[in-house]
Design a protein around this ligand. Structure first.
Ligand SMILES: Cc1cc2nc3c(=O)[nH]c(=O)nc-3n(C[C@H](O)[C@H](O)[C@H](O)COP(=O)(O)OP(=O)(O)OC[C@H]3O[C@@H](n4cnc5c(N)ncnc54)[C@H](O)[C@@H]3O)c2cc1C
Length: 383
């Protein structure tokens, strides 16, 4: 990604905004909830929820370089929760609504969400499976001017706090065959009769970010809530996943960088066998390996953003970046944990939090094996 002086200026300003707005991040993590509405409204006043949205839809109309910097700065915060929460709003749902939504959807959902007045969710995963699109059972059945939604969704970021969810379902008549062609994305306000929400309370990581399940029982929404044309759901989903994975890769590289810096700082002050850990070759080589990987993954992730900025297809590339960056984040968090010895294990704080939070990268935005499955599908055929 070619970043200019303007992107760098933005980096400085967004860093100070995030440090100010998320100053209580550690407390929120301990309490298991961030004040998502107040936070979103504050960030919206700085234009941060609509960086890349066109100005006519309430955004700042900036290029994807700003989204890249935004992802990296979110990744620097002391918990994964913030990037996890905000990525859904700014780089998954909002661009989708603006690109594929009807006028009504843009007015009723995109604009207020860019102002921080509504919190969004993307509800794709179902209790029966997240990696396999064949597991989608939720349906949207046309009835007059409405669509009637039935189904269940699981593990959804913002699942219990979102004001609306973009729901992956099959647009179909009752009993009709479903497949990739019937996949559809529909905006469903969560306050409607027939929507039931439940919050996951005991979680391994990303504790201040809300996660919940959703159940839809004969929920009626206007047909204008369908995103894109009937039959185009899979294509839109591909676009959503591409941008989501690129964004999560950028976040993960920043989080890996933080963990490596933390490991190095500790290794310089902690002595073993008469000298600092940082002077033991076994340690420095391990860190050098991770640093070398980081340099490559950062470059590659930047290149994926460049592809997106040029409007080129990049699902495979974004999936590769997300796979490698999130693995690297886990390895770096593990290395940091190791340098801290017993203190990393026994004292709650940024070290064990980084380790716990990193695990979500193996699942959210596509499980590692689901990404490998996709990459394998693009392997060259023949010689
Ligand atoms: C923190 C967090 C936030 C999330 N946020 C959202 C959200 O906002 N919206 C949403 O829709 N979903 C969300 N999810 C769900 C996430 O997308 C799914 O967990 C993920 O897609 C995997 O689906 P699953 O959990 O049903 O596991 P399954 O699909 O049942 O897979 C189980 C395991 O099988 C393995 N596997 C998968 N595919 C293959 C394969 N082809 N070959 C071999 N092994 C395989 C993997 O190890 C995988 O972990 C979130 C999950 C987490 C943990």
């Amino acid at each position: 990604m070619r970043l200019t002086r303007h992107h760098e200026l933005f980096r400085t300003s967004v860093r100070s905004v995030l440090e100010r707005e998320c100053a209580a991040a550690e407390d929120w993590e301990r309490e298991g909830a961030m004040p998502v509405r107040a936070l979103y409204r504050s960030l919206a006043t700085e234009g941060l929820l609509g960086l890349t949205l066109p100005a006519e839809h309430g955004g700042l109309g900036l290029d994807l370089g700003y989204s890249y910097v935004w992802a990296r700065e979110l990744g620097r915060l002391p918990a994964g929760s913030f990037a996890m929460s905000l990525s859904v709003q700014t780089d998954i749902v909002l661009p989708l609504l603006v690109a594929a939504g009807s006028k009504r959807v843009v007015e009723d959902f995109a604009r207020p969400a860019a102002r921080g007045e509504l919190v969004a969710a993307l509800a794709a995963t179902e209790p029966g499976g997240g990696s396999d699109l064949a597991a989608v059972r939720t349906t949207a059945v046309p009835d007059g001017d409405d669509l009637v939604i039935d189904g269940r969704k699981a593990f959804i970021t913002h699942g219990s706090v979102a004001d609306f969810a973009v729901v992956l379902c099959h647009l179909t008549e009752p009993g009709a065959a479903v497949g990739l062609n019937s996949l559809a994305l529909v905006v469903v306000p969560t306050g409607l009769p027939g929507v039931r929400r439940e919050r996951y309370t005991a979680k391994l990581g990303n504790r201040s970010c809300d996660h919940g399940s959703l159940q839809f029982t004969r929920v009626r929404v206007p047909r204008e809530h369908l995103l894109g044309e009937p039959g185009s759901g899979y294509e839109w989903l591909t676009r959503v996943f591409t941008r989501e994975r690129a964004f999560l890769a950028a976040v993960a590289t920043a989080r890996a960088e933080q963990a490596l810096a933390g490991a190095l700082a500790r290794a310089r002050e902690r002595g073993v066998l008469g000298k600092p850990l940082a002077e033991h070759q076994a340690f420095t080589f391990a860190l050098a390996e991770l640093d070398a990987e980081l340099a490559l993954v950062e470059q590659y992730t930047g290149a994926v953003f460049q592809l997106l900025a040029e409007g080129r297809p990049a699902l495979r590339e974004a999936s590769i970046a997300k796979l490698r960056a999130s693995r690297l984040e886990r390895e770096a968090a593990e290395r940091q944990m190791r340098v801290y010895g017993g203190a990393g294990y026994l004292e709650s704080g940024p070290v064990e939090r980084a380790w716990r939070d990193a695990r979500a990268g193996a699942l959210a935005g596509g499980a590692d094996e689901a990404l490998l499955h996709l990459i394998a599908g693009h392997l060259p055929t023949g010689h």
